[in-house]
Design a protein around this ligand. Structure first.
Ligand SMILES: [Ca+2]
Ligand SMILES: [Ca+2]
Ligand SMILES: [Ca+2]
Length: 257
C-alpha cells in the first residue's frame, strides 16, 4: 500500500516535470517575429507565455523575477549605426531588454525599465554582422498588456565618402578609375547637353553660407575635357544648379552660367 502510494507520487512528479519541459520547448524564441526598419507593431504580452526571467536579463539587477508573460522580436540590422527602439501605448509596467547573438541565451546589451506605464526607449549602436532580440516583459506576473513597438533605423548617408571643399585649399584629384555616378540627366536643369557625360566623376561637398556668397571653384591641370557642375544634392538623382563647362569659361563663379 505504501509502495503504491510512492509510485503514484512519482507519477505526478513525472507529469509535472514533463509539463515544465514542454513549456520551455514552446519558448517564444521558436516563433520569433521580425521587427523591421520603420515598422510599428501593435501587440500584447498577454498569452505570450513566461519564457524570459530576470536571469535572462544579465544587464539588469532587480529583486523582481520578471515572471510575467513576455514577447520577443528579432532585429537583423543591414547597416551598422544608431537604432532607436520605442515601446509606447502601455497600460501596465512593461520593460524592454535588448539581447545580442542569441534569443534563448543572448547577451543583454540594453534595457529600458521605467516605472508604471511609462513608455520605454532604447537607443543602441547595432552592427550589421549581429542579430538582436528585443524582449518585452513585466517585473511581476500581473504586468502584462498591450504595447506598440517601433524601430527607427539609421539614415543611409550616401554622401559619407564625399570630401568637403575648404576655402583657400588647393588639392589634387583624378577622375581616372572613378565610377560614373552623374550623367547628362543630372545636368539638364543647367543646359540640354548632347553629350552623355558617362565618364567617371568626383563629387565634393561645399557648405555655402552668407559669409561666402561668391565662392570661386577653379579646376586646372587636366588634359581631358573635364567640366564642373554644382548640384543640389549628392544623390544620383541630383540636379544641376550652376555649370562651368570648358570653352564657356575656365573658372566657375556665380556669374559664369
Ligand atoms: Ca517573463
Ligand atoms: Ca516599465
Ligand atoms: Ca559622369
Amino acid at each position: 500500500m505504501k509502495t503504491k502510494h510512492l509510485l503514484s507520487m512519482l507519477g505526478i512528479l513525472c507529469i509535472l516535470i514533463s509539463s515544465v519541459s514542454y513549456s520551455q520547448n514552446a519558448n517564444n524564441c521558436n516563433t520569433v517575429a521580425n521587427l523591421g526598419c520603420g515598422q510599428s507593431i501593435n501587440s500584447t504580452t498577454v498569452g505570450g507565455g513566461n519564457d524570459f526571467m530576470i536571469a535572462d536579463f544579465n544587464c539588469h539587477s532587480s529583486a523582481n523575477q520578471f515572471n510575467a508573460e513576455d514577447k520577443v522580436y528579432k532585429i537583423s540590422p543591414t547597416v551598422t549605426g544608431t537604432y532607436e527602439i520605442r515601446l509606447t501605448g502601455l497600460s501596465k509596467d512593461l520593460d524592454i531588454f535588448l539581447l545580442r547573438s542569441s534569443c534563448s541565451d543572448g547577451i543583454c546589451i540594453g534595457k529600458s525599465t521605467l516605472s508604471d506605464n511609462n513608455s520605454e526607449k532604447i537607443t543602441a549602436n547595432l552592427k550589421d554582422d549581429s542579430t538582436y532580440y528585443l524582449v518585452e516583459d513585466g517585473y511581476n506576473a500581473i504586468q502584462t498588456g498591450n504595447f506598440t513597438l517601433n524601430l527607427t533605423c539609421p539614415q543611409l548617408d550616401t554622401c559619407g565618402q564625399i570630401e568637403t571643399l575648404v576655402c583657400g585649399l588647393v588639392d589634387t584629384f583624378s577622375t581616372i578609375g572613378k565610377t560614373n555616378k552623374y550623367n547628362k540627366i543630372n545636368y539638364d536643369d543647367c543646359h540640354q547637353y548632347n553629350s552623355s557625360f558617362s565618364g567617371g566623376d568626383i563629387a565634393f561637398k561645399y557648405n555655402h553660407n552668407a559669409n561666402s556668397p561668391n565662392a570661386i571653384v577653379t579646376i586646372w591641370g587636366y588634359n581631358k575635357d573635364l567640366d564642373l557642375f554644382v548640384l543640389n544634392s549628392c544623390s544620383s538623382s541630383a540636379s544641376c544648379v550652376k555649370k562651368a563647362i570648358n570653352r564657356d569659361c575656365l573658372l566657375y563663379t556665380s556669374r559664369c552660367v
